[in-house]
Design a protein. Structure first.
Length: 144
């Protein structure tokens, strides 16, 4: 499973916005320049992130964008859901039609899996993303 590019870019944009915490406001154009993302993409993300309350837009001469909550109170799950909607690995959790539903033994298990994934993403805050990444080795890097 991979995040969409838009969800990935939303995390990057929010991480960059968090760097401006306490030092004033930032514009979408500045975020685009600082991240290297296209301005229209950042504007689209800013719109969604603002609608979700993760960013706040302030008008006026000293206006711009600022975090809607402290960085420690914004999680990766919040950001992903602002862009992608509810975190779910399969469509069947949203009661989408399925050709295999009658004989499916997995359907009751998907909510448990989705909840575990959401909890994992919710355990990482924007404040943590502002810090240097800890050293992390995956199973693929060091097979048993």
């Amino acid at each position: 499973m991979r995040l969409s590019n838009l969800a990935d870019y939303a995390v990057i944009t929010m991480s960059q916005a968090a760097l401006h915490c306490g030092s004033g406001r930032v514009s979408a154009a500045e975020l685009a320049a600082e991240t290297g993302l296209p301005v229209p993409t950042v504007q689209k993300l800013v719109s969604r992130l603002t609608a979700a309350g993760l960013l706040r837009s302030v008008r006026g001469a000293h206006g711009g964008l600022q975090l809607g909550r402290p960085a420690a109170a914004i999680t990766v799950a919040d950001i992903v859901e602002a862009v992608e909607g509810r975190i779910a690995l399969t469509a069947c959790v949203d009661h989408a039609p399925c050709d295999f539903e009658a004989g499916c033994s997995m359907k009751p298990h998907w909510p448990i899996i989705n909840d575990a994934l959401r909890r994992a993403l919710a355990s990482v805050t924007l404040a943590q993303l502002r810090s240097p990444a800890p050293s992390h080795q995956t199973v693929e890097e060091h097979p048993a």
